[in-house]
Design a protein around this ligand. Structure first.
Ligand code: B12
Length: 296
C-alpha cells in the first residue's frame, strides 16, 4: 500500500518553528529529529525543503541581522542544515530517471549555497543526473568545464542582488560555447526581477524552476511511461542514425544486433536492456543520456 503525501500547511509550519528553535540553539540532534518526524509524517522532500528548512533559515537570518545570534551560531546552523538536506535526499525515493543531466552552482562572488544544493537535490529526486559544484564558480572556468562535461542544463543560484552582474558574465560565457546548454537562473536575487539575461530562463523559486525545465526539455512531471520512453529512445536512434547517413543494416552491424532489432527499437517496440542501449549509443557515437532524452 502506498502512503499518501502529507503537505499540510499547519503541520509544516509547526515543523519549521521547531527546527528554528533547534537551529537557534545549534542543537543538531533536535534538528535531525524534526526532519525525521516530517519524513515519518510523509511530508514530501520538496515541502520539507521549501516550507520547513528554507523559512527556518530566513528567520535565522533575521535573528542574525538583529544581533540576536552571532555569525558563529549562523555558521554552525548552516552546517547542520547541510546535513539535513543530505538526510532528506538519502531517505527519499527517487521515482524515475529521465536521462537528462544538470550542473548546479552559483556565480563568482556568491557564497550562499544552501538554496543551490536544495535545487540540485530536487532535480536529482525528479530523475535528473546532477553535478553539484558548490558556490562561487568563476564564469570563464565554468564555461571551460562545460567543454569537458556534457550537460543539458546549467542552473545558477543567486542570493545577493549584487551578484546579478557576475551571473550575467556566466551566462554570456556559457552562451559563447559551440553547443551551449539550457541555462536557468534562480534564487532570491530574482524576486521581482523583470529584465532579461541573455536567453536564460529565470525562476525565483524551485517549484517554478522544475516546471520551467520540464517544459524546456519536453518532459512531463513525474514518471514517463515505458511506452513513451521506448518511443523517445527509438526516435532519437532514428534521428542520429539518419544524421550520420547510416542505414539500419549498417547500424545493426556496428551494434552487433539484427537489422530487424534496429527496426523494432526505432518504432518503440523493443524493450531494450541497458547493455543494448550502451551498444547502440556507442555504435551511434553518442551517449546513453542523449538517447534517453524523450519527447512529451
Ligand atoms: C546562511 C546565510 C549565510 C551563510 C551561507 C552559508 C551557506 N553555506 O550557504 C554565509 C555566512 C556564508 C552568509 C554570508 C553572507 N550573507 Co548571508 N545569509 C544566510 C541566511 C541566514 C540563510 C540563507 C539560506 O540558506 N536560505 C535558505 C535557502 C534554501 O533559501 P534560498 O537561497 O532562497 O533558496 C530557495 C529558493 O530561492 C530556490 N532557489 C535557490 N537557488 C535557486 C536556483 C534555481 C535555478 C532555482 C530555480 C531556484 C533556486 O530554492 C531554494 C529552496 O526553496 C540568509 C537569510 C535569508 N533571509 O535568506 C542571509 C542573507 C542572504 N545573507 C545576507 C548577507 C548580507 C550576507 C553577507 C554579505 C554578510 C557579510 N557582511 O559578510 C555574506 C555574503 C557572502 C557572499 N559573498 O555570498 C543577507 C542578504 C541581503 C541582501 N538581499 O542583499 C541575508 C538576507 C541576511 C539578512 N537578513 O540581511 N550568509
Amino acid at each position: 500500500m502506498t502512503r499518501r503525501n502529507n503537505d499540510d500547511f499547519v503541520l509544516l509550519n509547526r515543523f519549521k518553528g521547531r527546527l528554528l528553535n533547534h537551529l537557534t540553539s545549534v542543537d543538531r540532534t533536535g534538528s535531525v529529529s524534526v526532519i525525521e518526524e516530517a519524513l515519518r509524517y510523509n511530508c514530501t522532500p520538496a515541502s520539507i525543503y521549501n516550507s520547513v528548512i528554507t523559512p527556518a533559515m530566513v528567520d535565522l537570518g533575521d535573528l542574525w541581522h538583529g544581533g540576536r545570534i552571532t555569525i558563529a551560531h549562523e555558521h554552525h546552523a548552516s552546517q547542520i542544515v547541510d546535513d539535513l538536506i543530505n538526510m532528506v535526499v538519502q531517505k527519499s525515493q527517487r521515482l524515475s530517471i529521465n536521462g537528462l543531466r544538470a550542473l548546479v552552482t552559483s556565480p563568482s562572488g556568491e557564497n550562499h549555497c544552501i538554496g543551490a544544493k536544495i535545487f540540485a537535490n530536487l532535480l536529482f529526486l525528479e530523475g535528473w543526473d546532477v553535478e553539484y559544484l558548490g558556490p562561487d564558480t568563476p564564469a570563464e572556468d565554468l564555461a571551460k568545464y562545460l567543454t569537458e562535461i556534457e550537460v543539458d542544463v546549467v542552473a545558477l543560484s543567486v542570493v545577493l542582488p549584487g551578484n546579478i552582474l557576475s551571473v550575467k558574465d556566466a551566462v554570456s560565457s556559457i552562451e559563447s560555447l559551440e553547443n551551449p546548454p539550457f541555462v536557468i537562473l534562480g534564487g532570491p536575487a530574482f524576486k521581482g526581477f523583470s529584465d532579461e539575461i541573455g536567453t536564460a530562463a529565470i525562476a525565483d523559486n524551485s517549484a517554478t524552476g522544475l516546471t520551467v525545465l520540464q517544459d524546456a526539455m519536453g518532459i512531463g512531471a513525474g514518471n514517463l511511461s515505458l511506452r513513451d520512453t521506448l518511443l523517445g529512445v527509438g526516435g532519437k536512434v532514428l534521428e542520429i542514425r539518419r544524421a550520420k547517413g547510416m542505414n539500419q543494416g549498417e547500424l545493426a552491424i556496428l551494434a552487433g544486433v539484427d537489422r530487424a532489432y534496429i527496426s523494432l527499437v526505432e518504432n518503440g517496440k523493443q524493450n531494450l536492456t541497458m547493455a543494448a542501449l550502451f551498444k547502440l549509443a556507442e555504435a551511434l557515437g553518442t551517449s546513453v543520456n542523449t538517447l534517453m532524452v524523450s519527447s512529451k
